[in-house]
Design a protein. Structure first.
Ligand code: XMP
Length: 183
């Protein structure tokens, strides 16, 4: 797999320290707005956020539940975000809940905007959003993000849960790939 890597954009140490800081910021906000008993529902967007969310929740001491949402926007070998499609069932019982939607990366904005709308339609009391990465590019849909790990250039990245054609999710660093690896 190493020969497929063009360059390491963010290494595992940089990711770990930023995820720790994000977790602390989220936990502090929850505590200051609702006290230590504030319960939240995390809605991770599958599949790209799995590694991020696994690390993030271990920095959140609050009582929390997880209700995943499965969305596809980069099917197969695509390097461009297609419009977002929801798959499978939605988390139930969101009414009156404090929800934190977690995604791996904000690109065109369509995925996060769609999931946010759906969560609001389920009458959540409050919806916040968190992404590990935010690409610097114009958004197709504007969406406010409350917590951002890193701002990155408009390049296609894999690793730490993110994939190309469903591969490379297991790389511990966030990397770009050589063009030959993306055929
Ligand atoms: P939108 O365009 O809806 O896209 O904001 C968000 C989803 O698209 C995927 N995505 C990527 N996946 N490398 C990836 O592996 C990337 O550079 C990339 N950019 C967007 C991702 O699944 C995200 O949830």
């Amino acid at each position: 797999m190493r020969k497929d890597v063009h360059r390491v954009l963010l290494d595992r140490e940089a990711i770990a320290s930023r995820v720790t800081a994000l977790g602390r910021a989220i936990a502090d906000d929850l505590e200051s707005t609702g006290g230590p008993s504030r319960e939240i529902v995390l809605v991770p967007i599958l599949t790209g956020s799995i590694v991020f969310v696994a690390d993030l929740i271990r920095h959140l001491p609050q009582r929390l539940r997880i209700g995943v949402m499965s969305v596809s926007s980069y099917p197969g070998r695509s390097l461009e975000s297609k419009s977002a499609l929801i798959h499978g069932s939605l988390p139930d019982d969101l009414a009156g809940r404090h929800v934190l939607i977690v995604d791996d990366i904000l690109d065109t904005g369509q995925t996060l905007a769609l999931v946010r709308r759906i969560v609001l339609e389920h009458h959540a009391a409050q919806v916040r959003t968190c992404v590990l990465l935010r690409k610097s590019r114009p958004r197709v849909e504007e969406v406010d993000v409350d917590y951002v790990g890193f701002d990155i250039p408009d390049v296609f990245v894999v690793g730490y849960g993110l994939d190309y054609n469903d591969y490379y999710r297991n790389l511990p660093d966030l990397v770009t790939l050589r063009p030959e690896a993306m055929r």
